[in-house]
Write a new protein. Structure first.
Length: 181
């Protein structure tokens, strides 16, 4: 690979590999360093909601991003408050049955398992309890918060657990090692 060295730009980046080299002061050849920066270079602010089916659908891409770039990417999770209660309706969703069919569509679109029957059998009345629980987890441990969100979503999307109920949120918190109190 050939680099054109500019006196004004000592940083050379290979767009194919994403690796950047700096030129040495008295040389025309770049110094090779494959060390990944220990400082975070990108902060992604991610607005999500524990009951958001599309957020569950894109989770594999977020996990891949984090695996690929490690410490170079920080994901800051913010809760969106998707469903305050059923007095609020948006996007053609006005009741639990609408969510059930929507979840089935999202499952097919993202090729992620989602059981929409939760909304017919044991519907949640709000996403606020799980959002509050996740915020409490963030105050304890940011790494465990990511595990907690995953646990909440698995319990809800796969096991049809109502994650507006504190007893289910407590089980999930214990499973990932959070201080429930």
């Amino acid at each position: 690979m050939t680099h054109e060295v500019s006196k004004n730009n000592p940083l050379l980046c290979d767009i194919e590999t994403g690796m950047c080299d700096t030129t040495e002061e008295n040389s025309n050849t770049p110094s090779k360093s494959n060390k990944q920066s220990k400082e975070k270079s990108v902060k992604l602010i991610y607005y999500t909601d524990p009951i958001c089916s599309s957020c569950w659908g894109v989770e594999p891409q977020l996990r891949k991003l984090k695996l690929e770039y490690g410490n170079a990417v920080e994901i800051d999770y913010r809760m969106g408050g998707l469903l305050p209660d059923w007095n609020y309706s948006s996007g053609g969703i006005s009741g639990p049955a609408d969510v059930a069919s929507h979840w089935e569509e999202v499952s097919i679109h993202y090729e992620m398992p989602i059981d929409g029957d939760l909304w017919l059998e044991n519907p949640m009345d709000s996403s606020y309890p799980s959002s509050i629980a996740l915020k409490a987890a963030q105050l304890q441990d940011s790494e465990k918060t990511v595990l907690y969100m995953r646990e909440i979503r698995e319990m809800m999307f796969l096991k049809k657990k109502n994650m507006a109920k504190w007893e289910n949120l407590t089980i999930a918190a214990k499973d990932v090692g959070l201080d429930v109190a």
